[in-house]
Design a protein around this ligand. Sequence first.
Ligand code: UQ1
Length: 382
Amino acid sequence: VCSGMQLPVAMHYYQPIWTLVGAGAKTVASSGRPTASVMPSGVKWVKAKVQEINPDTNTVCTDDGTEISYEYLIVALGLQLHFEKIKGLPEGFEHPKIGSNYSVETVGKTWKALQDFKEGNAVFSFPNTPVKCAGAPQKIMYLSDAYFRKTGKRSKANIIYNTSLPVLFGIKKYADSLWDIVKRRNLQINLRQNLIEVRADKQEAVFENLDKPGETTVFEYEMLHVTPPMGPSSVIKGGPLADEAGWLDVSKENLQHKRYPNVFGIGDCTNLPTAKTGAAVAAQSAVLHRTIRKVLKNEKPDKTYDGYTSCPLVTSYNTVILAEFDYNGQPLETFPINQAKERRIMYHMKADVMPHLYWHGLLRGLWGGPGPYRKMMHLGMK
Ligand code: UQ1
């Protein structure tokens, strides 16, 4: 009932054949399919938005005024983007030279800004909130660098990554590789810088220094990529299912709600203390399946989630660092090779294999993450 795995619908659905043969570029349209085409049979699909969940009466209210009661509830509401928390946005997107890969409405503007780029600063932001896909804000920087080099514009560009975080990446093993790359490619990293305002008419972006309250810096830009602040679904936040910060309060071991045992959660809407990614959802889906099967039989959940998450960091047109790690921030790599190295094979995994795992595996409940394959590939190793 509360499935948040809804995809943009008013789009084209079939992948042109050239995107299947490793030609590189893909269309925005190929990244979405209509919900109807991925709806499993035997499901009653309610075409309305969830407005309120009341776990004390086991009911869900939708925006068309319907009340639906449930015996068990799985909450998968995702998270919300908050462009409006940056002064000057979202209306600033009406000006050129600014884009964001986080919305289907603004991703094309990133590409336009790249193509139109002549000279100046290319500025990339990372907000001061939890985010989904924490690698994406810097992947677009690496791709921009590659594009500028290919088109002979690199010597005219200052590439600047302003992040709210005190680190380039949360897991040291991968951060070390990424620092090597940014030094080699002359990409400027500024830590603890948070985007608070965009003056799109003047092509200025204002950042606050999170370590020096009150200190702000204005960056002129020829191109700006915005990663918006994000937060919990307004359906959950402040309600009985939320933790203090507003996220769905579930057990980090088995995804069952901490106070309402007939409620479960998966994905970005939860307070699971791991990075919010599609790969994490895959691993969580296997645990959740097992937990619910047990609960339906009045047995205790047994399978536990280790926090597995993964981030294929695209570092150029044909290389990826495939970061994989768990709740403890320990690398948990699937393949018996050092995945902190930039690799072409991992690029093909990301670009040519992952979409099939997503559409045919994850959405059909057949892909529960790479855990079993990791164990197989590490047989006989420590
Ligand atoms: C994954 O399972 C997954 O879900 C389908 C992704 O898409 C969002 C991924 O990007 C990754 C990396 C995984 C993990 C899978 C393997 C084979 C390492």
